[in-house]
Design a protein around this ligand. Structure first.
Ligand code: ATR
Length: 272
């Protein structure tokens, strides 16, 4: 029987994951199927258990189930543990379910491998302290930045996130209103402000000369934060399409032990 994989979320019809994983499978010669699953809002755990009980090998998990996937995992990677969220589930040989989170690795790989950005020693600002930001703090700190500042509209959430991971590196949590007078080499947007075409209120001169911006969101048009980066003379103002494809590649690698090439799939998505 062909190995079965899927992405589960609600809603799920717009997910690009089937396209990405099918392309990876073709490219690497791996024999598998990858489908979309609409998870039931009150019945996520039952859906997951049913998928694995009927021969499923691995699942990607998306909004709004990543925290529930964390909770049902029998064991978790360190990065999933820190994120408090799981986007990749694997059934182990003994039937237990392992949860991982490949979002942060996807971001780091897109920046460092695809774009040649050196994260070590740089001053990073992460905007937002919700699910998207939580997923990337540990992997960013593991790259050895000079400092990582998490700034959030609700300052307490940024402080809490920084406190939880403070043993891993130089991380500080502040309110957006405490950004005046600071400068960063890389500003990453993990807020949901872009969903309504907004950018969090930010002071001018926040981006150091030669600095880069990265929006974890992406769209067919430049996102509001990509435009903010361009307007503030970012050397590169990137969106999250690369992160999307790289987090998928990392999941594929966890499941199959083969690392797919990502450039072609990115170009394909960009052209859609
Ligand atoms: P996600 O899982 O997409 O990160 P979330 O967990 O609801 O969603 O988090 C949304 C993040 O975007 C939060 O950091 C939120 O700030 P608050 O904690 O203060 O709510 C931030 N956010 C959403 N809309 C925003 C806006 N218009 N300006 C600034 N921050 C915004």
């Amino acid at each position: 029987m062909t190995d079965r994989y899927a992405v589960i979320g609600n809603p799920i019809e717009h997910s690009k994951s089937p396209l990405i994983h099918t392309a990876f499978a073709q490219q690497t010669g791996e024999s598998l199927t990858y489908e979309r699953l609409l998870g039931k809002l009150g019945g996520f755990e039952a859906d997951v258990r049913n998928f694995f009980a009927t021969g499923g090998c691995g699942l990607n998990v998306t909004v709004p189930f990543k925290e529930q996937a964390w909770a049902l995992s029998d064991e978790r990677s360190l990065r999933a543990e820190s994120a408090g969220a799981v986007n990749t589930l694997i059934q182990l040989e003994d039937g237990r379910i392992r949860g991982d989170n490949t979002d942060g690795a996807g971001l780091v790989r897109d920046l460092s491998v695809n774009h040649g950005y050196l994260l070590s020693g740089c001053r990073i600002l992460l905007l937002g302290a919700g699910g998207a930001s939580k997923g990337v703090v540990r992997p960013l700190l593991e790259c050895g930045p000079e400092k990582l500042v998490i700034a959030n509209r609700t300052a307490g959430k940024a402080r809490q996130l920084a406190d939880a991971l403070g043993s891993l590196g130089p991380v500080e949590g502040i309110g957006l209103d405490e950004l005046d007078g600071r400068q960063f080499d890389l500003i990453i947007n993990g807020t949901a402000a872009g969903l309504t075409g907004e950018v969090p209120p930010l002071p001018d001169n926040l981006l150091a000369p030669g600095g880069w911006t990265y929006d974890m969101m992406y769209g067919s048009e430049p996102t509001a934060f990509v435009r903010w980066g361009q307007q503030h003379r970012a050397t590169r103002a990137l969106d999250g399409l690369g992160m999307l494809v790289e987090q998928a590649a990392e999941s594929f690698f966890l499941w199959r032990g083969v690392r797919p090439e990502t450039a072609e799939v990115m170009a394909q998505l960009r052209a859609m």
